[in-house]
Design a binder for this molecule. Structure first.
Ligand SMILES: N[C@@H](CCC[C@H](N)C(=O)O)C(=O)O
Length: 293
């Protein structure tokens, strides 16, 4: 058996953590078992996801080739279990931070190719001089608009022996199911060590967000991610959570920006015109090295 040595960078966005693998000539191919090994927190480097950083034109992924003219770099995203995911909101910020640090993108605004289409990133400076990243996640939609309009929800979610709770399914490029729990303590008490039971069961699985509204435009969220388990943050999940609460409660009159607190920090969500949505927050690169596979 041959051993491969791969360069890596480890980073996180509100503690949703990723192993980034630079692949400038498109030569790295990873089996799901290799991804799972890299993401393993004991036998590997550890991460909620593994991201190959590859030129869009060289990625070997035909469905993203048409993005190459606008987005030079493709975020090739895998969940910790080795499965492919179309999108990762926190991942786009960490990916952008990596491109900037490496001098692969120098402008304050640039585009990233993903399996869910091209995402535009805007870089700004936060109050303590830190870089913040706002990502236009693109169009979102209710997965079952007719059912949701008729019943106010389109799914039921059950966690262990709790009662099933009505939920809303949203498509942010990847699938989400959002549940609102009125009581904050209930949110802390949830056991998310096993996947919540969603009915009807989505064919390709779903990320499940549990939300507790804290007041005007302010939410607390925990998430069980498809292909991972409970994580300390999920960017597309935070956007889904804010959009679901907005759909249920109505647009805020005091400004349509939503603060979402997750166990790993805080992100902000801003609905944009034409059914788009923006996610903003920090990104950190914490280590670089070489890993042997
Ligand atoms: N953590 C991500 C979402 C990653 C993909 C997800 N687990 C899926 O399978 O859809 C985010 O920040 O959006």
């Amino acid at each position: 058996m041959t051993t491969r040595a791969l360069r890596f960078t480890k980073g996180h966005g509100t503690e949703n953590d990723f192993v980034l693998l630079p692949d400038p000539d498109g030569s790295i191919s990873l089996a799901p078992s290799e991804v799972a090994r890299l993401a393993d927190r004991r036998a590997g480097l550890g991460g909620d996801g593994v991201i190959r950083v590859v030129p869009t034109a060289l990625a070997g992924v035909p469905e993203v080739l048409d993005q190459a003219a606008e987005a030079h770099w493709f975020m090739d995203y895998r969940n910790a279990d080795g499965s492919l995911a179309q999108m990762c909101g926190n991942g786009t910020r960490v990916f952008a931070a990596y491109l900037r640090r490496e001098g692969l993108e120098r402008a304050g605004e640039f585009a990233i190719a993903t399996r869910a289409g091209t995402k535009r990133v805007r870089v700004s400076t936060g109050p303590d001089g830190e870089e913040l990243y706002a990502v236009d996640l693109g169009p979102w939609r209710l997965a079952e608009p007719d059912v949701a309009a008729r019943d106010g929800s389109d799914a039921l979610v059950k966690v262990d022996d709790h009662e099933a709770v009505p939920a809303l399914s949203l498509d942010l490029g990847n699938p989400h199911t959002v549940v609102v729990l009125p009581d904050g303590r209930e949110l802390d008490d949830l056991d998310l060590t096993r996947a919540p039971h969603v009915q009807p069961a989505p064919l390709e699985g779903t990320n499940v967000e549990f939300v507790s509204p804290l007041g005007d435009g302010h939410l607390r969220m925990r998430v069980h991610e498809r292909g991972v388990g409970e994580t300390r943050s999920c960017g597309t999940g935070a956007a889904a959570a804010a959009l679901a609460v907005r759909w249920w409660a109505g647009v805020r009159e005091t400004g349509d920006v939503w603060r979402v607190d997750v166990p790993g920090g805080t992100v902000h969500v801003r609905p944009l015109p034409e059914g788009r949505v923006e996610l903003s927050g920090p990104a950190a690169l914490v280590a670089d090295g070489v890993v042997r596979l």
